[in-house]
Design a protein around this ligand. Structure first.
Ligand SMILES: Nc1ncnc2c1ncn2[C@@H]1O[C@H](COP(=O)(O)OP(=O)(O)O)[C@@H](O)[C@H]1O
Ligand SMILES: [Mg+2]
Length: 150
């Protein structure tokens, strides 16, 4: 499915709706150039999931853990693997231990460590459009195409 947005706020709002399509254990790979809006979308997803802490760009930390805001909620594990050398580096840093389980993993630049991830991942690609604030967001659920109807 494809969504066009014309501002960071619209991307945030779309992320909040997209949260309803995610399930515990999902691993989501986010691709798109620097500034495409990966972190903006993660902020929206976090608001839709109702997690406790604010999402910031994890560029210097690789991973931020966000606990659920309510009992029975789902945790969000937010990765940014831009600085890693590849799948082996992902595993050497122990990051694979934070995938799956009962949490949802959102991985900025996840294509760079694709071989360290489960076979089945959700893919979200963000692209710049014509205007400075235009973005196209493509979401796919391989093997589970009917999952989400937003
Ligand atoms: N439609 C849009 N969607 C998301 N971000 C947008 C949009 N239009 C402008 N922006 C701006 O682009 C930047 C996106 O930054 P960020 O989400 O950190 O990108 P990334 O994580 O992909 O590097 C922000 O400064 C945001 O305000
Ligand atoms: Mg980012």
């Amino acid at each position: 499915m494809t969504q066009h947005t014309a501002s960071a706020e619209e991307t945030y709002a779309y992320g909040a709706r997209l949260a309803s399509c995610l399930r515990p254990g999902d691993v989501v790979v986010l691709t798109g150039n620097l500034g495409a809006g990966k972190t903006a979308l993660v902020r929206g997803i976090a608001s839709g999931m109702d997690v406790k802490s604010q999402v910031s760009s994890p560029t210097f930390t690789l991973l931020h853990l966000h606990q659920p805001g309510q009992a029975g909620g789902v945790a969000l594990h937010h990765f940014d693997v831009y600085r890693l050398d590849g799948p082996d580096d992902f595993i050497a840093n122990g990051l694979d231990e934070y995938l799956g389980g009962e949490s949802i993993a959102l991985i900025e630049w996840g294509d760079r460590v694709r071989q360290a991830l489960p076979d089945r991942v959700i893919e979200i690609d963000l692209r710049y459009g014509e205007g400075a604030d235009d973005r196209t967001i493509r979401v796919s659920f391989p093997g589970d195409e009917d999952r989400c109807g937003i």
